[in-house]
Each structure stands twice: as C-alpha cells, then as structure tokens.
Design a protein around this ligand. Structure first.
Ligand code: HEM
Length: 313
C-alpha cells in the first residue's frame, strides 16, 4: 500500500487464511437453499471471524492514512489515499468504509496470490528444463545488457519470456475453477435441469490440458506459442486462464506485468540451482487444488548472483 507496509506479515496471513477458507467445499455449498446447512457450516463462521479480524486490521491502516492526509504531508498518493479522496468527494456516500475495505482486500488477495503462484510454477518449469532456462536467461540478459536495470519498457521485446509465462498459465492455471458463479434462474443446459441458486464451477484447468485441443498437453513447451496464436484474453475458450466475458479478470494486464517484471528480474540477476545436490527432475510437482493452484510444497532454489544490482541513486 504505497510504501512498505509495516505489518505486512499480518496482512499476508489474513490473505492466506481467507484463501484457505475459500478453497474448500462446505455443507452449505451442497445444499444452497438450506438455512440449516448454512448455520451448521463451521467454515462460514471461521470466514466471519477472519473478515472481522481483517477489517479491524484495515481500520488501523486507513486511520493512519487519514491522519497523514489531515497533516497534509506531501507524500505520493497510494491506493488508500485515492479511495479516501474519492470518498470525500462522493456526495451520494456510495463508497462506504465497508466497501473500501472489501475493495482493498479484493485487489490484494486477487492480485498477489495468482501472480505469486504463476511465478513459482514458471521457475519450477524452467529449473526442470535447463535449455529453456538458458534460452529465457539469454534473451533477458541480451535485452538489458549494459543497462542499469530491468525496465518495464524493454519487456515487450522478450518474446520467449512471454511464451514461458503463457505456457505456465496454460499448464498450471492459477485459478483452476475460476470463481464460483451462482445460477440466477432455473434453466436447462444440455438436457440437465439447473435449479436457481446452483453453484457453477468452470474447470479451466482441465480445458487447457485437454488433448482434444492441445498437442502433448502435459508437456511444458513455451515453443508451442511460436506458431500457436491462441491467447488467454477470453476469445479462445480452451484457454481461459483469466475467465471470459463479463466477469473476466479486471486485473489481467496488471497481473501479467507483475509476473513479467518479477520473472525478468529473477532471470537477469541470478543463476539458479536446486539445493542439496538434488536433480531438478526430482522436484515435487504436486499441485494443491483449491481456489488457487499453489505448489503443494514450497519451491526452494539456490540463487547465485550473475549480475550485481545497481546501487540506488
Ligand atoms: C496472473 C495473475 C492473475 C490471474 C491468473 C487471475 C485470474 C483471475 C480469474 C481466473 C478470475 C475469475 C474469472 C471468472 O470467474 O470468470 C479473476 C477475477 C478477478 N481478478 Fe484476477 N487474476 C490475476 C491477477 C489479478 C490482479 C493483479 C488483480 C487486481 C489487482 C485481479 C483482480 C481480480 C478481481 C477483482 C476479480 C473478480 C472479478 C469479478 O468477479 O468480476 N486479478 N482473476
């Protein structure tokens, strides 16, 4: 939130807990119209506790921002300052404190977890394939050779890096079932009756690994996108990593930019190896299925400096 958040770890642990709670099915999901099932759901209770803790925590941060604004300190505006500014000009009072806290949480949870998961899988796949790792590193190092840093402006030249990210998003779809949708009216789909209130899940993970549409779908092959122009922007329905249509991810461009900058930096400044003399092919590739598709076990790699970071001016 602008400068480095001093209670960053506490905020991240709230996000972690919320993602964990959102990842499972509950009794209420199986019997949506049943109030009893809702009341008996322990997860719903835990979610309430988590939301209360998170909102109290955000209250503290918003108060700090309000104080800073009242002192008219000329710091650069961050997300919370912008929301407070909009709220102060909003005569219809639509941006309540509750909405503001939900927006803050939404942006950080939706944006950080997905991008971090993509980055972890991209590094996992590259370390398992030294030729692909060398090709990606050579491209980034050539593009930014002699430069002071890896700059966002130069990233558009990196075609191989883009294929790596695209292939990672295909093979390890970070939001495997997209976000749950609710059927608003009773309808029939392919002969099946779908009652109002049914939760609808779209298995984007399975679609982007479907052998009917992809050659060797289980193989990590960024090179496939040299000739394959299919994209994840919502027009190719076998590749809907960000969803499609009205509820497509609004943070797609931002998310991609985060992953590109982070991955380019990791490849530019460091060489990578697996610690403890393990062979990269021994890395555990188990995915933990939930609202996001994290690695089941954290990825531990050894970084060796290749290019020194420039000193800040
Ligand atoms: C690699 C990064 C990202 C991936 C793979 C991703 C993926 C997705 C997916 C699959 C959905 C659900 C679409 C659906 O259900 O049809 C979604 C929704 C959403 N994403 Fe992202 N996302 C990413 C980054 C971001 C970022 C950086 C932000 C904001 C800062 C963001 C904000 C949102 C929001 C607010 C929604 C809910 C939209 C709605 O319900 O209308 N995402 N994202």
């Amino acid at each position: 939130m602008g400068s480095r958040l001093k209670d960053r770890d506490a905020f991240l642990s709230y996000i972690d807990e919320a993602i964990r709670l959102a990842s499972g099915f509950t009794l209420a999901d199986l019997f949506p119209p049943s109030r009893l099932a809702g009341a008996l759901s322990w997860t719903a209770h835990k979610a309430d506790v988590c939301r209360e803790g998170l909102f109290n925590f955000l209250d503290g941060i918003i108060s700090e921002h309000k104080e800073r604004r009242s002192r008219k300190e000329g710091l650069q505006e961050d997300l919370i300052d912008v929301l407070l500014r909009i709220q102060s000009h909003d005569s219809s009072h639509q941006l309540s404190m509750g909405t503001m806290k939900a927006v803050i949480f939404d942006l950080f949870s939706a944006g950080s977890e997905t991008a971090a998961t993509t980055l972890q899988w991209a590094m996992t796949e590259l370390i398992r394939s030294p030729t692909k790792m060398s090709r990606a590193q050579a491209e980034v190092r050539k593009a930014f050779k002699g430069g002071a840093a890896v700059l966002e402006e130069g990233l558009c030249e990196l075609s191989y890096l883009h294929w790596v990210i695209k292939e990672t998003l295909r093979l390890h779809t970070p939001g495997p079932l997209l976000l749950p949708k609710e059927c608003r009216e009773t309808c029939k789909v392919l002969g099946y009756d779908v009652p109002q209130g049914t939760m609808v899940l779209v298995n984007a993970w399975a679609m982007s690994r479907d052998p009917q549409y992809w050659d060797e779908p289980e193989i990590f092959s960024p090179e496939r996108f040299e000739s394959d122009t299919r994209d994840f922007r919502g027009n190719d329905f076998e590749f809907i990593t960000f969803g499609a249509g009205r509820r497509i991810c609004p943070g797609m461009s931002f998310g991609l930019a985060i992953v590109e900058v982070a991955l380019a930096n990791l490849l530019f400044y460091f060489d990578w190896s697996v610690p403890d003399g393990k062979h990269p092919s021994e890395l555990d590739m188990t995915e933990s299925m939930g609202i996001t598709l994290r690695r089941k076990r954290d990825l531990w790699l050894r970084a060796t400096i290749h290019t020194k970071q420039p000193k800040p001016k």
